[in-house]
Design a protein around this ligand. Structure first.
Ligand SMILES: Nc1ncnc2c1ncn2[C@@H]1O[C@H](COP(=O)(O)OP(=O)(O)O)[C@@H](O)[C@H]1O
Ligand SMILES: [Mg+2]
Length: 304
């Protein structure tokens, strides 16, 4: 493979051959840092009948080259379609479908982070019975507080009704909250539901709109097992402390079977740092405060 590196972005839903407005700043920074750019149609890829034409404007490349996607989240199935489609044109996405799912789905990432992340139980969601099975598994938490999410996302802005449950043994409340989470995620529900032990995190502030507690959290990116950077997670709140030492997380990252991923870490009230979740680096958002140019500059260094 040649060393020329490509970044794949989503095309604007309003104008062909133009990058999605939400990624314009990243598109510019990628170019400024020497990446080639490609566009595909996200709406086509995620549709039921046009997925096969999503990359129609990408021409066949002469030799096999590496490409990194930066865009909206995809299901593992959609990602797999994109991966195979691009490969026929000699563009190889940095992660294959399995590597993508490794960090995209919480149950798949647990095997890499189990020792440094809150205890978690999960159940694939098929019907009502799945909720009952999950409630049964949640007995492992006793009367502890828990938080809920699907295999990818929580409804953290509905903290009280669909995310946080103060006592896992209160099965009525647990069932209500899981049902609410399923209702809110609706057709975007990712595969199943996870219940996680709630740990007390170091407070920063309360979210100005949703009232959700904002805590001392950081997003780390790793490319080819190398740390791209560590960034403050929230735009609000004051990060008074200096950035944590990442040595132990860099060690954990070496075991993660993915070539590009994010790792969210948080400081507990007792000072100890834990991992909240991993994400595929191609679909993990850049916190607002990250300097886009700096990010793509570091990414270039790490992925070469
Ligand atoms: N086990 C936990 N204990 C305490 N707070 C948590 C826990 N897990 C998540 N949180 C808080 O909830 C937020 C959302 O959880 P997260 O798993 O990151 O979901 P999402 O994928 O929606 O970002 C986190 O940013 C963190 O502030
Ligand atoms: Mg998160």
């Amino acid at each position: 493979m040649t060393e020329q590196l490509y970044i794949l972005f989503c095309e604007s839903p309003f104008q062909t051959n133009k990058v999605d407005e939400d990624f314009e700043d990243q598109f510019i920074s990628a170019k400024e840092n020497g990446f080639e750019t490609l566009l595909f149609n996200f709406e086509d890829l995620t549709s039921a009948d046009r997925f096969s034409i999503a990359t129609k404007r990408i021409k066949q490349n002469e030799e096999l080259v590496k490409v990194i996607y930066r865009g909206w989240m995809l299901t593992p199935n959609q990602y797999s379609i994109l991966y195979n489609d691009l490969l026929t044109k000699n563009f190889k996405l940095i992660n294959n479908a399995e590597e993508y799912q490794n960090c995209h789905y919480l149950p798949d990432s647990l095997k890499f982070i189990e020792n440094r992340t809150p205890k978690t139980v999960f159940e694939k969601f098929e019907n009502e019975t799945s909720i009952d099975k999950l409630i049964e598994k949640s007995k492992a938490f006793g009367q502890k507080a828990v938080i809920l999410k699907d295999y990818v996302k929580s409804e953290k802005h509905d903290w009280e009704t669909a995310c946080f449950v103060a006592d896992a043994s209160d099965t009525d409340k647990l069932k209500k909250s899981i049902t609410k989470l399923v209702e809110l995620r609706d057709k975007y529900l990712n595969e199943g539901i996870a219940v996680r032990e709630f740990v007390e995190l170091n407070d920063l502030t309360i979210h100005s709109k949703s009232g959700m507690p904002l805590t001392e959290e950081y997003r780390l990116f790793f490319c080819n097992k190398k740390l791209v950077g560590i960034y403050d997670y929230w735009e609000e709140g004051e990060y008074k402390l200096s950035k944590p030492d990442t040595t132990e997380f860099e060690k954990i990252a070496k075991q993660v079977e993915s070539n590009f991923f994010s790792m969210d870490i948080a400081r507990q009230k007792n000072g100890e740092l834990i991992i909240i979740e991993l994400g595929d680096g191609q679909v993990a958002g850049l916190p607002d405060k990250i300097d886009r140019n700096e990010f793509y500059k570091q990414l270039k260094i790490c992925c070469c």
